[in-house]
Design a protein around this ligand. Structure first.
Ligand code: ADP
Ligand code: MG
Length: 720
């Protein structure tokens, strides 16, 4: 995807980078870009092999950047270009070279062994040795090309990366006359890289798999009848037909038909959701037994699923604090080991009376051990796997940073309406005061709520529709955030809202107060309606607490969340009735949106990091001020999807304990990975200095550590 806002001359492009497999290569790009005028910002997604750049289009172009990338020995394609064929050919060529190098090495080793076991039928001794040598040289020639190229480009930009180390090690071994060792190092290193690329591809494809969920064509219905059309050619407004059992190709609204749709691919919900005309459906979800006619609402690239994928990929490109720490460590570590190697080369012969040959050898082993690859990938690979696993369950985490933060949270604040309750309240009672008729109260209320998005407004409008009460046009309507609405109907002022609102405006009589206090205890929410400042009625709405709320709260407590708080704009009586049902004992009621922010800040002072769970209605500021904003049921709402730190696609409260479990599992996984790689390295540094380790063992250990680390991280894909 390339966006180019020419008028401002700021441009952004995303490149796919071939050959960017290791942090070292990113560092190389960083150095090369440093003196590239006009480049404003860039971020690398190592696992997606993508590079996102912001630049001044007046000074440089995408081509300049691609050239700069080429300088480092890597290749860059703009993201929409398809390098598939070339890449495949290159991968296959590389594999063939590794294979050749391996075969030549095996033959060489066999010949060497034959030579060592004395003269035999295979020929005279000296001849065997020279044949073996020839095999090693062939093996080296086949295997070393790619590494040498990469090493050369690293040296040119003044960096010492793993490729340089390997070339030094292999060359050193050859100088020492250890040809078999040199060939082994080169071969194992090539094999390691091939394996690493394979395993990392698995982590990447977990996210890519989400993208493969949507079918490439759709059954379009228009004036000419029905026909199959490529989804890229379908614009919003078109009507497509979805047969039973088919995957839904695009986002849209059902216009005819009825069916249960399995939304698990997008929202992670396990139960199918009943869809009938008026309901929205998402691309990538699976139609059940009925046929649906759907009016397309979005282009293929804008569907909810496409956004999810985009967000997950962007999240992966972000760096978690632990990651930066490891990188800083690696930056010190590699030169430190090189220094140590130099010391070993000089000191061990002097101290242990070894010959210079043995000292050099130990130093070379140390150099190979110094590759911090496993260490550097340990954090990103865990995070990528966790993010992808979560996305599959309908939980979008916007980056490793948030996962790490989440693992330290001990206090969770919940918004009530729409979060702990279903957010689909129903009118259960209309109380007429001062001689008004119930129908006239509902009419007034419906008139000023017509444009409101608040769940209570929907309840009132639905009730009016059911009772066949038609609303009239209202003027000067304004929403009173967290309190209610006001407007004028037929020239008379209508005010509608919470008990608090009426207290604030001094419109609440002791009799009204009494009446409201009596109604609140059952968990209903009372809305007072006033005409020209005179209360004329109360509309009681009831909203069911979500079924899974209670178990979600229990699970969170068991997972070590010590304080669970309800924040609500509703009255205290209503809030407490619902909190009691869910097992929440800390209730802060009658809060305006800004009071919720203050409550979050107060919680932070007492409990440290605070997570806030909300639905985005009247709680967006609180979500933003919390250390971690968790938005629920965002599948339909782009704004919430973009702004939350953690977005739950479905309205499923049990995903919250899941997300917390995952965050902790991820942090544990990262620690385990760091431990594995550090122990592995430390062991080999000691073994190398002591002279127990051989070169091929060092390379094998390095590869082994990387593979173990990746395999361990991939477990997070299936965590639940
Ligand atoms: P919560 O914090 O539980 O999500 P809100 O902050 O959205 O609740 O609203 C707080 C209270 O304000 C509601 O309980 C209701 O009494 C009143 N209110 C807010 N907006 C409206 C509206 N559009 N119509 C009726 N009442 C409203
Ligand atoms: Mg709310």
């Amino acid at each position: 995807m390339t966006t180019c806002t020419v008028c401002e001359l700021h441009a952004e492009s995303t490149f796919r980078i071939e050959g960017m497999d290791c942090r070292e290569e990113v560092a190389m790009l960083e150095r090369r870009f440093r003196n590239l005028g006009g480049l404003e910002d860039f971020s690398a997604d190592l696992l997606g092999r993508r590079l996102h750049v912001k630049y001044d289009a007046a000074r440089i172009s995408a081509a300049t950047i691609a050239d700069a990338v080429a300088d480092t020995g890597m290749r860059a394609w703009l993201d929409h270009e398809e390098p598939v064929i070339g890449t495949n050919r290159q991968v296959r060529r590389r594999q063939a070279l590794v294979l050749t190098s391996g075969i030549a090495l095996a033959i060489g080793l066999a010949l060497e062994m034959a030579a060592a076991h004395g003269p035999s039928a295979a020929g005279p001794h000296a001849q065997l040795v020279s044949w073996a040598l020839a095999c090693f040289v062939v093996s080296l020639a086949a295997g070393a090309g790619a590494t040498m190229r990469k090493a050369w480009s690293a040296v040119r930009v003044g960096s010492l990366d793993i490729n340089v180390l390997m070339v030094i090690a292999a060359a050193g071994a050859a100088i020492l006359g250890e040809w078999s060792e040199a060939a082994t190092v080169v071969f194992l290193f090539g094999l390691a890289q091939a394996l690493e690329v394979r395993t990392l591809d698995r982590a990447r494809s977990a996210i890519r798999a989400l993208m493969d969920l949507t079918p490439g064509d759709a059954l379009l219905r228009d004036a000419q009848g029905e026909r199959r059309v490529d989804v890229d050619e379908i614009a919003p407004g078109a009507v497509i037909v979805i047969r039973p059992g088919e995957k839904i190709p695009l986002d849209g609204d059902v216009v005819a038909g009825q069916s249960a749709v399995n939304q698990a691919p997008v929202t992670g919900e396990s139960l199918p959701v009943e869809k009938s005309p008026g309901d929205g459906v998402f691309a990538g979800t699976i139609n059940g037994r009925g046929a649906l006619d759907v009016r397309v609402t979005r282009l293929r690239r804008d569907t909810t699923l496409a956004r999810i994928i985009h967000l997950v990929e962007r999240a992966q490109a972000q760096r978690a604090p632990a990651q930066t720490l490891v990188e800083r460590f690696a930056r010190v570590y590699t030169p430190a080991v090189i220094l140590l190697a130099a010391v070993v080369a000089v000191a061990t012969p002097l101290m242990f009376r070894l010959d210079w040959h043995a000292g050099m050898y130990r130093a070379l082993v140390l150099l190979v051990v110094s590759c911090p690859c496993a260490l550097v990938i340990s954090t990103p690979v865990s995070i990528v796997a966790a993010l992808a696993g979560a996305a599959r369950k309908g939980v979008l985490v916007k980056g490793g940073l948030h996962l790490e933060r989440m693992s330290g949270v001990r206090c969770v604040a919940f918004d009530k309406t729409g979060t702990l309750t279903c957010g689909r309240p129903e009118v259960v009672e209309v109380v007429a005061l001062n001689g008004a008729s119930p129908a006239s109260i509902v009419r007034l209320a419906a008139s000023v709520e017509q444009r409101s998005t608040h769940p209570i407004a929907h309840a009132i409008l639905d009730h009016a529709a059911a009772e066949q009460i038609t609303a009239v046009a209202a003027e000067h309507v304004s929403a009173l955030a967290g309190r209610g609405t006001e407007g004028s109907v037929n020239g008379r002022r209508v005010l509608l809202g919470s008990h608090r609102l009426f207290e604030e405006r001094r419109l609440c009589s002791p009799a009204l107060h009494e009446r409201l206090a009596g109604m609140d205890t059952t968990g209903r929410t009372s809305v007072v309606v006033a005409l020209d400042d005179r209360p004329v009625g109360i509309i009681a709405v009831a909203d069911r607490p979500r079924e899974t709320g209670k178990s979600a709260v229990e699970m969170l407590r068991r997972q070590g969340i010590t304080s669970i708080v309800m924040l609500t704009g509703d009255s205290r009586g209503t809030a407490e009735a619902i909190a009691a049902h869910l097992g929440i004992d800390d209730v802060r009621a009658e809060l305006l949106p800004q009071d919720k922010v203050a409550a979050v800040e107060e919680l932070r002072r007492t409990h440290g990091s605070v997570a806030m769970v909300g639905d985005g209605v009247n709680d967006a500021p609180a979500l933003a001020s919390a250390d971690l904003g968790i938005a629920m049921g965002v599948a339909g709402s782009d704004a919430a999807l973009e702004t939350a730190d953690v977005a739950l696609m479905a309205d499923e409260l049990l995903r919250i304990p899941y997300a917390f479990r995952l965050s902790r599992a991820t942090v544990r996984n990262i620690k385990a990975n760091l431990a594995i790689s550090i122990v592995m390295k430390a062991t080999f540094v000691v073994a190398a200095v002591a002279g127990f380790a051989t070169l091929w063992m060092a390379v094998l250990a390095d590869t082994g550590a990387s593979v173990v680390v990746i395999a361990n991280a991939l477990r997070l894909l299936r965590a639940d």
